[in-house]
Ligand binder design. Structure first.
Ligand code: UT7
Length: 321
């Protein structure tokens, strides 16, 4: 059977940094009823700074990450048969981000499919769950770009200390290629959702994020552990086979709890939340790109990417790099 592998990765972080100290000042200025501190935020979330896109729209973040992923893969935009953009923070409902990205890449005339996915922080894993079978089943889809881009800073309520310290902007993209080689690339993907838990995390079309942090915390650990166990079992592999666990970067304590419950060693866990904050769908490809550049993920390594997000949605992918 054909496989789908990652042949290029790229990411983009906006230049503007917001330290947790500066965020605390902003939260205090916003006049919320409750107090906070840098120490509390760093200790309870692991976040020391984040990036803010300011005026840069989501599609521009996506474009910049895409150009880098294509370059690393040695591809030109016209080589792409498919573009998929997981995002929950497109500024506009129409034009849709993915066709707009296709236009920016200069390949609209080719008329190839481009679509968004809305799965919040599980967007990267949902994207793989949709693209991999499409590409496996049809030689028409030889190469695809999965581009996760989020501009969450537009939706922060600075008077809410429970959410304002967390969310950030950024984009990460992977170039995927269909190959006739068996058992390489994306080995297994598992996704799930539970609408009953939807109200734990909300984002109106025009408005700010609300979250029942403690509830989301519990749900996230449980769902990420279950999804991880399922993909490992499906591939007949174990935690000890993993070179890296790259979870959605929601909270350092969530990631540590997931790794611990999977029986992983601390050096198997990749975290970028300290510098990136929570960038929703973009957080896994951003962390993957960082880990590859640091030499923490090398060709042939086995990588697990558990995710949990609004919806509630969750999933995990197992990738032979
Ligand atoms: O991206 C996917 C979805 N998002 C997540 O997975 C995030 C999940 N949740 C979390 O990361 C954590 O729940 C938070 C970081 C949001 C909160 O941490 P926590 O340890 O779960 O705190 P908590 O919600 O259980 O609240 C404990 C206390 C509360 O005070 P009271 O009611 O005990 O007086 C909160 O109001 O901590 C308070 N608190 C804060 N205190 C100082 C919440 N945020 C802050 C803050 N500074 N920024």
């Amino acid at each position: 059977m054909a496989s789908v592998r990652i042949i290029g990765i790229g990411s983009y972080l906006p230049a503007q940094r917001l330290s947790t100290g500066a965020a605390v000042e902003r939260i205090k200025r916003a006049g919320g009823e409750a107090d906070t501190s840098s120490e509390w935020i760093l200790r309870r979330t692991g976040i020391a700074e984040r990036r803010m896109a300011e005026t840069l729209p989501t599609v521009s973040l996506a474009f910049r990450a895409s150009v880098r992923a294509l370059k690393q893969a040695g591809l030109r935009p016209k080589d792409l048969n498919l573009i998929c953009v997981p995002t929950i923070t497109a500024e506009e409902r129409l034009p849709i981000t993915a066709p707009e990205l296709q236009r920016k890449l200069g390949v609209s005339r080719l008329g190839r499919p481009a679509f968004n996915i809305s799965a919040a922080c599980s967007g990267f894993v949902y994207g793989l769950a949709v693209l991999v079978p499409m590409m496996r089943d049809s030689p028409r889809y030889q190469r695809a770009l999965l581009v996760c881009a989020e501009r969450l800073s537009r939706h922060i309520n600075w008077s809410d200390r429970g959410t304002a310290p967390l969310f950030a902007d950024g984009a990460g993209a992977v170039a995927l290629e269909r190959t006739d080689e068996d058992g390489v690339g994306v080995l297994a993907v598992n996704i799930g959702a539970n609408g009953e838990a939807g109200t734990a995390f909300t984002l109106p079309v025009q408005g700010s994020i609300t979250m029942d942090g403690a509830r989301v915390f519990e749900l996230a650990v449980e769902a990420m552990v279950c999804a991880s166990r399922e993909v490992l079992a499906e591939a007949k592999l174990a935690t000890t086979d993993l070179a890296a666990i790259v979870p959605h970067q929601a909270n350092l304590r969530i990631m540590t709890a997931v790794a611990k419950r999977l029986g992983a060693a601390t050096d198997q866990l990749i975290t970028t939340i300290r510098e990136h904050g929570n960038t929703s769908a973009a957080s896994i490809p951003l962390a993957l790109d960082w880990a590859v550049k640091q030499g923490r993920i090398k060709p042939g390594d086995l990588v697990l990417t558990p995710a949990f997000g609004g919806g509630a949605t969750w999933g995990a992918a197992l990738i032979r790099w």
